[in-house]
Design a protein around this ligand. Structure first.
Ligand SMILES: [Zn+2]
Length: 177
C-alpha cells in the first residue's frame, strides 16, 4: 500500500508540514488548505451556485463582525486578493447566502437571550421578569393604563396583582415550558 500523501503546505517556520494530506493536498489545518488551494481556486460550484471556497467564506463572513474589513475577511477566508471578497459580495447569490446565514445566526442568538431571560424570570429576577413580559407582549397591554392620575406608568417594580388572571396563567404556562 502506498504511503499517505503529505501536506504540501509550509509551516510558519518555513518548513514543509509533516502531517498527512486529507483534501486538496493539504492537512486539516485551514491555513494549510488555503495555502495549497486558496478559496478562489476551489472552483467547482454546488447546487447553490457557490464554490467550496465560497461556501466556507459565507460561513466565515456571516459570523464575522459587521465592521470587518475586506482585507481581514480575505485573510480568514484563505483568499489571496482582497478584491475577491468585494467581487463575491457583489455577486447576488453569494451576498444573499451571507444574509440568510447571518439571519439564521442572529435568530439562534436571540433564542439564547430569551432562554436566559426565562431562567432569570423563573429565579425571580425582576428586570428579567419585566423584559420577559414585554417580550411576550404581556406587560404593556396590562399596565399601560395603570399610571397614577393618568401619569406615566411606574415601571421600577412589577405589581403582579395588576396582571389579569388570564395573563398570569399565560406567564405560568410559558415559564413551565
Ligand atoms: Zn499541513
Amino acid at each position: 500500500m502506498a504511503a499517505p500523501k503529505k501536506c504540501l503546505a509550509k509551516t510558519s517556520a518555513g518548513k514543509r508540514c509533516k502531517r498527512n494530506a486529507t483534501t486538496n493536498g493539504a492537512c486539516e489545518i485551514p491555513k494549510h488548505q488555503a495555502q495549497v488551494s486558496p478559496a478562489e481556486d476551489r472552483t467547482k460550484t454546488d447546487d447553490s451556485g457557490l464554490t467550496v471556497g465560497q461556501r466556507q467564506a459565507v460561513e466565515i463572513i456571516a459570523a464575522a463582525a459587521p465592521k470587518a474589513t475586506h482585507t481581514n475577511l480575505a485573510k480568514v477566508c484563505g483568499v489571496r486578493r482582497r478584491a475577491t471578497i468585494s467581487e463575491w459580495l457583489a455577486n447576488s447569490v453569494f451576498a444573499e447566502a451571507v444574509l440568510r446565514r447571518r439571519r439564521e445566526l442572529s435568530r439562534a442568538d436571540y433564542g439564547e437571550v430569551i432562554k436566559g431571560l426565562t431562567v432569570g424570570a423563573k429565579l425571580g429576577d425582576v428586570p428579567a421578569i419585566r423584559t420577559w413580559l414585554e417580550h411576550h407582549g404581556l406587560l404593556k397591554q396590562q399596565l399601560e393604563h395603570s399610571g397614577p392620575d393618568g401619569g406615566p406608568v411606574e415601571t421600577s417594580t412589577i405589581d403582579l396583582s395588576k396582571l389579569s388572571s388570564n395573563t398570569l396563567r399565560k406567564v405560568r404556562d410559558e415559564l413551565a415550558k
